[in-house]
Design a protein around this ligand. Structure first.
Ligand code: PLP
Length: 381
């Protein structure tokens, strides 16, 4: 796909994160793409003619990141980078025709749910929320739908959707399939290869990986859909700053190592927390007793780096844990090198079906034993 990529499709994703999106190999040329800080370009600048023209249409710093993410997701086309994950979510929702129906997980990321609800309140489309892990319920709700929104695992309930079965059913029903792949990343799940039409990301999380940028992205193999997603970005100004995208590509280079470490830690912590007397429930698709386990095994390469626990004592006890940790950072977000912990119901927009005492743990790349010791001391307080 990338003219400068020396490799074919047989290269593993953990190699691609390092090798994709490199500049052309010329003597004395830099091996990393430069940051281009320019809002305009010489020439007439017609985006219709595929020229850069102006900084809201295109920036050379976006290209290598978009090429790399497109390749990683198994897309036939470069991805599109946006100013935030939610901007990418909105671009994908803009594909729903006026008056259409969107079927969405009731435990999607709360920002996506709020945005869809706002569009529905404005009369643009209507929303049917479902338990995305209940394949039968989802299929029953697809009748007359224009779009199926998938998030897997969901944020924060970690429900796993049967992506191939749901994508095939949506296709039969004439609905577009969009998958928010933020939690899994393309190293763990590649929804386009499982039948989704569009993948969206909060690049802010694992892809960039250092909690220092806010960015989003969308990827598709369909040229018509890509044109619409690009048009949305250009006309609504949902664009990214070049420096942020450069940082995201820099972060992407270590994605495989970070995910390997953080997933292994999440698995180990899930096992240990299951035995902790203060913990009533552990949600993690890597535990054999988790309802998503078999599905995750079939469709994911690992089980992700987020786990959730419900502590005995509800909201107050959960808050106490977040106040007592010293190494874990009590903060929202996920996917960075540092481990984060948050009681999700602190967020006013979080669905009320999310338990009050649920703590979301995003494991970083610190020493797993240190993370465990810190959790243990916080839980026993
Ligand atoms: N999708 C998911 C699954 C998320 O967790 C988030 C943010 O937490 C978003 C989308 C929105 O991304 P951003 O915060 O980059 O706008």
């Amino acid at each position: 796909m990338s003219p400068s990529s020396p490799h074919g499709p047989a290269v593993s994703p953990d190699t691609l994160v390092v090798s994709a999106g490199r500049p052309v190999r010329e003597h004395d040329a830099p091996v990393n793409p430069p940051i281009v800080l320019s809002s305009t370009y010489f020439g007439t600048g017609s985006p219709v003619a595929g020229e850069r023209g102006y900084g809201r249409y295109s920036n050379p710093t976006w290209d290598p990141f978009e090429e790399a993410l497109g390749e990683l997701e198994g897309a036939a086309l470069p991805a599109l980078v946006y100013g935030s994950g939610l901007a990418a979510v909105m671009a994908a929702l803009s594909l729903v025709p006026a008056g259409g129906v969107v079927v969405m997980p009731r435990h999607s990321y709360q920002g996506s749910l709020l945005l869809a609800a706002e569009e529905a309140a404005n009369g643009r489309f209507s929303v049917r929320t479902v338990d995305i892990a209940d394949t039968r319920e989802v299929i029953a709700q697809l009748d007359g739908a224009a779009m199926l929104w998938i998030e897997s695992p969901t944020n924060p309930m970690l429900e796993v959707a049967d992506i191939p079965v749901l994508a095939a059913a949506a296709r039969d029903a004439g609905a577009l399939v969009v998958a928010d792949n933020t939690f899994a990343t393309p190293l763990v799940t590649r929804p386009l290869l499982l039948g989704a039409d569009v993948v969206v990301h909060s690049v802010t999380k694992y892809l960039a990986g250092h909690s220092d940028v806010v960015l989003g992205a969308a990827a598709t193999s369909d040229p018509g859909l890509r044109d619409q997603l690009l048009r949305y970005r250009s006309l609504h100004g949902a664009v990214a700053g070049p420096f942020e995208v450069w940082l995201a590509l820099r972060g992407l280079r270590t994605l495989a190592l970070r995910i390997e470490r953080s997933q292994a830690t999440a698995m180990e912590l899930a096992r240990r927390l299951r035995e902790a007397p203060q913990v009533e429930k552990v949600r993690y698709p890597g535990l054999p007793e988790d309802p998503g386990y078999a599905r995750a095994q079939a469709q994911m390469n690992g089980f992700g780096s987020v786990l959730c626990i419900e502590v005995a004592g509800g909201a107050a006890a959960a808050e106490k844990v977040t106040e007592s940790v010293r190494l874990w950072l009590p903060a929202t977000s996920l996917g960075g090198v540092e481990s984060l912990i948050e009681r999700r119901r602190r967020q006013p927009g979080e669905p009320h079906t999310v338990p009050e005492g649920l703590l979301r743990l995003s494991t970083g790349i610190e020493n797993p034993g240190d993370l465990w010791n810190d959790l243990q001391q916080a839980l026993t307080r």
